[in-house]
Design a protein around this ligand. Sequence first.
Ligand SMILES: [Zn+2]
Length: 295
Amino acid sequence: MSRSKPPASNVDKLRRFVFEQEDIRGSIVRLDAVWQRLRESDDYPDSVSALLGEALAATALLGRNLKFDGRMTLQVQGGQHVRLLVLQCDNHLRLRGLARFGDDLPDAFTELVDGGALCITVESGKARERYQSIVPLSEIDLAQCLEHYYKQSVQLPTVFLLAADEDRAAGLMLQVMPERVSGSGAWQRLTASLANMDVMRMSQLDDETLLSVVFPEDDIRLFEPDPVEFHCDCSVERIENMLRMLGAHELVDLVTDQNIVEVRCEFCNQPYSVTSERIYALAAELSGGQGKFVH
Ligand SMILES: [Zn+2]
């Protein structure tokens, strides 16, 4: 394997690999431009930013398992400090996400998400069938919460390393393949190799070098990298659905002297202009079409 400087092609890519002799697979993800795009949408304090970046890397790693026409949502909601954290990934590895947070934030993960619940939802197929799992936020970090999730939901031993700084969100995942016959001890040996790994620092290496440094004894097959992108699928319809969730009274309060109300998508900041007439029509619809809010 040749050693080279981290090429530009390393950015915003996910790379899968398998241990040829072990029926154990893994993925490495590095997100630079996608991560910057998420960071732009708000002025995130350090602790929230670190969690959002780790969740972004995790969502890409989890999203790679999506089948045709699927979408995955990782969501933390109801916490006192992190009120909402949403990351979404579709089967083309297109991601979006945001966080909403309170004041006086603690640094530790357990305190930051205290009172919240982690929910993983997979929607698949044209009919958008939904599978939802609630994951306890009782471990010391997000990576261990997700390991717990895999243990419970699919009974596949899985390890995550997740990290984020101002420039990059990075992650590595190892997982036993479903068909594997256990008992060789390889899983313990491979995961022990990850014990003290600084995933952010290692993400500066190219994939071949990284894997040969961490697993020098193993024969590893790398697959072609998958590009990862920022993408928001907001639309007039989705924005109107968001407006409906405000309720009729709050909706009408949005109307000002101008005939146009500007609403921005919370994920990508795209502005949408909604006319006062449309706002009144939505409010009327919500109040049972009685025409109460018709201007
Ligand atoms: Zn949007």
